[in-house]
Design a protein around this ligand. Structure first.
Ligand code: DOR
Ligand code: ZN
Length: 347
């Protein structure tokens, strides 16, 4: 197969940032994707409906002329989140989900939740009104090894929370372990998971072998090969509980290439080409559309996009820029370490 046509994809987990970086990167998403769930971890974070409305306007103002793109806004859950504000945000159509960052889990997450009891009024309201919770599924306790953070989170935080509030719809974001995949599969309802492009392609060797490679550093950190294979199997299976959330997370190079580099991999620019490669390798090109364009909308109760995109397998490797130039500096584009032949040709 050298050509595929699929419904226009959506990205169910995206960092667009603000200001010059937003302006520099948004076209890489809007070129291929119709909608994206926009992460709220700005400085300061997007915590109220008013914040989200203003951020949405800045995103729309930064869109390249002529691009049609719908940002699906999220709020950053804090111990002070007002349940009425969440409900108003959902009812007005502005808010699609609420994001839970355990305090200290990742970039700009110090205002996240420490004491879940304090966030219960908001979580209970979300369960009642059907507003999904997107979780960054890692514990942050210093005694837990960073490679075990996801498995420990499932056991000590997520499972108890889901038992306490079975009606709450939870998206486990950027699943990185076989434990996460198994947990999602074992749930009877109200649980789904996003998988990133890069976690389908790299394991932890990419980060550490032959030198420390900051552009492969993200959170949750890439795990062992057996975990990557479990993610690949889930993504390419067509199972409706798994769908694309790129977690494309631009940081300008000086913030990555330094003594304490930021977590985040920038994949928006070549994600569709990387994914077509992965699905082709696994003889599952016929499942690509489910992963990028069907399962996500179904989970969020939205119609899939009517428009389509076409992808062609070129004989020669496609040349992608290795940096995205933003007004704030250069952002390195994800290098999958193999040549990419699939190209989006029509959007
Ligand atoms: O690698 C990551 N980068 N993981 C996250 O959870 C946050 C993100 C960011 O905002 O840079
Ligand atoms: Zn993220």
């Amino acid at each position: 197969m050298n050509t595929i046509s699929i419904r226009r994809p959506d990205d169910w987990h995206l960092h667009l940032r603000d200001g010059a970086v937003l302006e520099g990167v948004i076209g890489d998403t809007s070129r291929h994707f119709a909608r994206a769930i926009i992460m709220p971890n700005l400085v300061p974070p997007v915590v109220t409906t008013t914040d989200a409305r203003a951020y949405r306007e800045r995103i729309m103002a930064a869109l390249p002329k002529g691009d049609r793109f719908e940002p699906l806004m999220t709020l950053y859950l804090t111990e002070q989140t007002d349940p009425n504000d969440l409900e108003d945000g959902k009812n007005s159509g502005l808010i699609t989900a609420v994001k839970l960052y355990p305090a200290g889990a990742t970039t700009n997450s110090h205002g996240g939740v420490r004491d879940f009891d304090k966030a219960m009024p908001a979580l209970e309201r979300m369960a009642k009104i059907g507003l999904p919770l997107c979780v960054h599924g890692e514990v942050t306790t210093p005694d837990v090894d960073i490679f075990d953070r996801e498995a420990v989170f499932i056991e000590t935080v997520l499972d108890p929370l889901r038992k306490r509030l079975p009606e709450l719809k939870v998206t486990m974001e950027h699943v990185t372990t076989a434990d996460g995949i198994d947990y999602i599969k074992s749930a009877e309802s109200n649980l789904a998971g996003t998988i990133t492009t890069h976690h389908l392609i790299i394991n932890r060797n990419a980060l550490l072998v032959g030198g420390i490679r900051p552009h492969y550093y993200c959170l949750p950190v890439a795990k062992r090969e057996n975990h990557r294979l479990a993610l690949r199997a889930a993504a390419t299976s067509g199972d409706a509980r798994f769908f694309l959330g790129t977690d494309s997370a631009p940081h300008v190079d000086p913030l990555k290439e330094c003594g304490c580099g930021c977590a985040g991999i920038y994949t928006s620019l070549n994600t569709m080409s990387c994914l077509a490669h992965v699905f082709e390798q696994d003889n599952a090109l016929d499942k690509l559309e489910a992963f990028t364009s069907l399962n996500g909308p179904a989970w969020y109760g939205l119609a899939p996009n009517e428009e389509r995109i076409s992808m062609v397998r070129q004989a020669d490797p496609v040349a992608f820029p290795d940096k995205r130039d933003t007004g704030a500096g250069l952002v390195t584009v994800f290098d999958p370490m193999f040549p990419l032949h699939w190209e989006v040709v029509e959007t």
